[in-house]
Design a protein around this ligand. Sequence first.
Ligand SMILES: *Cc1c(COP(=O)(O)O)cnc(C)c1O
Length: 439
Amino acid sequence: MVDTRTQPVSRAGEAAPRFSDADLYRLAEKHGTPYFLIDEETLRRKVSEMKEGFSEYTGAFRVAYSVKANFNPSVIRAFTGEGILFDLTAPSELVFVQKAGGSPENVMYTSITETAAEYEQVLKMGVRKVVVASYNGLVNLSEAAARANVKVKTMVRVNPEVQVHAELRGSMGHGKFGLQFNGGSPDSALSVLKKILGTPQLEFEGFHFHLGSQIEDPTCYAEAIEKLEAFILGARRQLGDFRVGTLDIGGGLPVPYGKKVPTPKDLGSKIVGQLNSLVESIGDRFTLVAESGRFLTAESTILVTRVVNVKSFGDAKYIYVDAGYNVLLDSALLHHEYPVDVVPGGRPSPQKVALVGRLCDPLDVFPTSSRSKLGGAGVGKLVVFREVGAYSLVMNMPFHSQPRPPVLMRNSQGSYVVARKGQDVERLFADEGGDCLPN
Ligand SMILES: *Cc1c(COP(=O)(O)O)cnc(C)c1O
């Protein structure tokens, strides 16, 4: 038996939730391992941190949650209580938001496919704010708006083509997202803007850009805003006056993952002054929107696994846990390192330690560094992966016939509740085609 009569686990990031060792072992007995555990209060606190970061902005500021990072209904529900916007990119995401209690009034819809059928579907479901990113998309949106007989607030997604230092870049050299400012073809922000201003069914609302994810150097935001300002002033000379009602600076706020990274306050202090000057120079006190998936959700959640075996190989110690990249895909895909620790911890091992998963695949090794604390790992002990709330649950997959693990939540009242039931193997078998077998 593992002694759990210890103090609450200590950890590097001071903002992260704390769970007592005893609670983690009790939940492991009750629900099995691995399991995810979300702290609702941390979700809420992240929204406040974003608001504080932009509190010096002279106009209205709104947080938008990018649902793709974590579409768990309890997570969406927690955010609906905070009165924020939702950044969506698929009709099925809209179904999730509505069923979880969100309103289509608070949706900003940014499609990648931009088909008329998709636009018509979401307009009929009540969406009224859409971000377009291609000429065809704009034509499709105006057709859909005419068919649905509604007026749509339309934003233009620009790609400011700035250098971004981030884990995932969405700007320079990545033409998949957004429009170039100028450029000869109809697929430029200028020609799309002109067309919106001439389409009665559409009301021009403002601009949007999204530079990337886990942006550790905020300079790119300042550069993008500078380029956008020059574009707006130039476009007004050519197209006449138009009002900018909203500026959406996209996502990308970083998460510590055991390191020091800029906070929303740091980003705010870098660009809010510039945004306030932009208000003066264009004469529109636009609503400022900052989106986030990663920052809002990552730190709220841990993944709890159990050590099932240890082995020596040469001078290294291998620690096997009962989870694999089927539950943390980006650790294999992007070699993304989550902070890991053993609960309760022990003295650091003098040997080199490798933390490996249960899948029969050489990629199933969790990246670890000096930031991970693996001392004291022995069979039966819990190993906790921290800050896993973003882009993990949503990528769970059944590789190796692995049912999806349960997701638990400590709600704002302090009770532990189930936020997603664990899948049992019977259900998995049926979903994978077992129910198609002839009798
Ligand atoms: C993915 C995405 C986001 C969220 O990015 P994070 O890195 O999670 O903050 C925001 N906006 C758009 C358009 C996105 O595609």
